[in-house]
Design a protein around this ligand. Structure first.
Ligand code: 6PG
Length: 482
């Protein structure tokens, strides 16, 4: 039996993630403790029969087993539960102890908790953890933010349990207050966009080009061996090879098309709107998950507006898959670029003191959006740590330019065949407007002034103008009003 004050790390919430992370910590030579209000979960942890892991059903004994200053991490569902756990913890912890919220909390909740815990003398770290169950067990990517001094105490443990890329642990201090959870939220927004792009590629391959599961598998396999290499393509390739016993087609064909979402993608879009930062590929990805739930309406509409059988992809040949690869590369770059731009804007607004190169660095391993391309993002920010938008990086500019013909072909063909590819086309339109020195939004300015006297500015002329637009009341000149 171990003595009190011996455990270096405590975990609250012994679901698969919590239990796996504890085992990872124990593997790295630390004594640790777990607490859950479900006796079954505590039993499961103790049944692992590992000398250095203790499961507790009593919070006080759990807290007593920890070394001071106590390090307690919560891995519980976001929202009210986090506040409830903190309230209970404050009854058993002491001032100076460290509380880490490792769940997907909304950054504004983390902001609030950071302030209130600081006032009461506790250290708080809001930390995004990515990598799913396997990542937790073998090495996640972690995005801690908040109390920097507390982070320095926890850092040696986090560095050991994180994934490792070229000798660098995939964890780093992100910045002040809610920075860690903001960065994790944007990670998830990019995750939504990449998943949507992969599913649109699947749609083109399956319903456009009439590829079999095996052929789809082969496309993703080959892509994953090149510049598109990523965790998400890795698992997608495997999904197309997975058949249940006795089945002739892959399991994925039997899965309902109504995609679930826990909310972090939506939060990314909401935060981006608040910051006036366009992230259309992410937005449309959130919307398409929502549209997937309108099954009855979609079934009804599919009968009213059936696909036109005359609209068929003709035999496209091998080069078409190269165009598709280019289109995917182009849109993937756009998804990451939009997410990184949002981080740039949030950094200005919230004064987090984020380092975009460090974020790219710790996303290269352990997390769900890890990919070969993150090396290029990392390189871009190493060249220019203040880079506002990835499209402006020379290497990315060069690669994107080579993909433009491919994405135009893929988007226009899909549009003509009635295949929905909203994330591909949002990525392209975003790009086409982004590279547009003169957008058609001058007309919107005129319309606003017409119906609401909201005024407008003129090119090359100082001041704010208003016009009486009705033809009958036409005035010779626009009036300068300030
Ligand atoms: C990760 C993931 C994870 C997320 C799931 C499900 O980085 O490990 O982002 O945090 O919870 O991917 O998210 P949705 O239910 O919203 O798809």
């Amino acid at each position: 039996m171990k003595l009190d004050n011996e455990n270096a790390f405590g975990m609250i919430g012994l679901g698969t993630m919590g239990s796996n992370l504890l085992q990872n910590i124990a593997d790295n030579g630390y004594n640790c403790a777990g607490y859950d209000n479900s006796a079954d979960k505590v039993d499961s942890l103790n049944n692992l029969k590992r000398d250095t892991i203790q499961g507790f059903s009593d919070l006080k004994t759990f807290a007593k087993s920890l070394k001071s200053p106590r390090i307690v991490m919560m891995l519980v569902p976001a929202g009210k539960i986090v506040d409830n756990v903190i309230e209970e913890l404050l009854l058993v912890l002491e001032k100076g102890d460290i509380i880490i919220d490792g769940g997907n909390s909304h950054f504004t909740d983390t902001e609030r908790r950071n302030i209130s815990l600081k006032e009461t003398g506790y250290h708080f770290i809001g930390m995004g953890v990515s990598g799913g169950e396997e990542g937790a067990r073998k090495g996640p990517s972690m995005m801690p933010g908040g109390d920097k001094k507390a982070y320095e105490i926890v850092e040696p443990i986090l560095k050991k349990i994180a994934a490792n890329v070229n000798g660098d642990a995939t964890v780093a201090y992100m910045g002040e207050r809610s920075a860690g959870h903001f960065v994790k939220m944007v990670h998830n927004g990019i995750e939504y966009a990449l998943m949507q792009l992969i599913s649109e590629t699947y749609e083109i391959l399956k319903n456009g080009l009439k590829y079999s599961d095996e052929e789809i598998h082969d496309v993703f396999k080959i892509w994953n061996e090149g510049r598109l290499q990523s965790y998400l393509l890795d698992i997608t390739r495997d999904i197309f090879a997975f058949k249940n016993e006795g089945e002739s087609v892959a399991l994925v064909n039997y899965i309902s098309d109504q995609a679930k979402a826990k909310g972090t993608g939506k939060w990314t879009s909401q935060a981006a709107m608040d910051l006036n930062c366009p992230i259309p590929t992410i937005d449309i990805s959130v919307s398409m998950r929502d549209l997937s739930h309108y099954k009855d309406l979609r079934v009804k509409a599919s009968k009213m507006y059936p696909s036109d059988d005359n609209l068929q992809y003709d035999d496209k040949g091998k080069d078409y898959i190269t165009a598709l690869e280019n289109a995917f590369y182009f849109s993937m770059v756009s998804a990451y670029a939009q997410g990184m731009h949002l981080l740039f804007k949030a950094n200005e607004e919230f004064k987090y003191d984020l380092n975009l190169d460090l974020i790219a660095k710790i996303w290269r391993g352990g997390c769900i959006i890890r990919s070969a391309f993150l090396e290029d993002i990392f390189a871009a920010y190493q060249i220019d740590s203040k880079l506002e938008h990835l499209f402006l990086d020379d290497f990315i500019h060069n690669n994107l330019t080579k993909c433009i013909a491919g994405i135009r072909t893929i988007v226009s063909d899909a549009v003509m065949q009635g295949i929905a590819i909203p994330a591909f086309s949002a990525s392209l339109s975003y790009f086409d407007n982004f590279r547009c020195a003169s957008m058609p939004t001058n007309l919107i300015q005129a319309q606003r002034d017409y119906f609401g006297a909201h005024t407008y500015e003129l090119i090359g002329k100082e001041g704010v103008f208003h016009t009486i637009w009705e033809i009958n009341n036409k005035t010779e000149q626009s009036d300068l009003i300030s």
